[in-house]
Design a protein around this ligand. Structure first.
Ligand code: 5GP
Ligand code: ZN
Length: 138
């Protein structure tokens, strides 16, 4: 896992690298904010200054990770132009992470949004799933 520090991703602009940050925007009732803060354990797959990836507790596939921003953003419907770099970094991380985790035959990405989108945890996250089929779901 890369050490925590300034994110090397070219998509990260000054806004994203500003000290404003994660903990300042954390929601004390949010389970993924608690994972970011280390108050709930997780099996981490990647971490940098702005993003965290960890293995889903109920995986649908042999490899199933969730990529989240450290900053609390409830849903994809809540993002604005100021989040473009963060969203790009989340998407760009997916193939690098799958390669690192040994996924070589393709993968799925999924962001559920809101009640009709079957979102269960209201902290923005992208599912990334891969590995040999059959899968439990998906
Ligand atoms: P959603 O339906 O909101 O898109 O997906 C939420 C995902 O978070 C589910 O796949 C669920 O298994 C996962 N999840 C919920 N709580 C935890 C947790 O405490 N730890 C981990 N690693 N995954 C969780
Ligand atoms: Zn949160």
């Amino acid at each position: 896992m890369p050490s925590v520090g300034r994110c090397p991703c070219p998509a990260h602009d000054e806004t994203m690298n500003a000290p404003a940050s994660a903990s300042a925007a954390a929601d004390p009732n949010c389970i993924f904010c608690k994972i970011v803060a280390g108050q709930i354990p997780s099996k981490k797959a990647y971490e940098d200054e702005h993003l965290l990836a960890f293995h889903d507790i109920h995986p649908w596939a042999p490899v199933h990770v969730l990529i989240i921003p450290k900053q609390h953003v409830a849903t994809l419907a809540d993002v604005g132009p100021e989040h473009d770099a963060m969203l790009g970094a989340m998407l760009g991380l997916a193939p690098r992470l799958m390669k690192q985790l040994g996924v070589s035959n393709g993968f799925r990405t999924l962001i559920n949004c809101g009640p009709d989108g079957h979102q269960e945890v209201y902290h923005l996250h992208m599912h990334v799933m891969g590995g040999p089929r059959p899968w439990a779901r998906g």
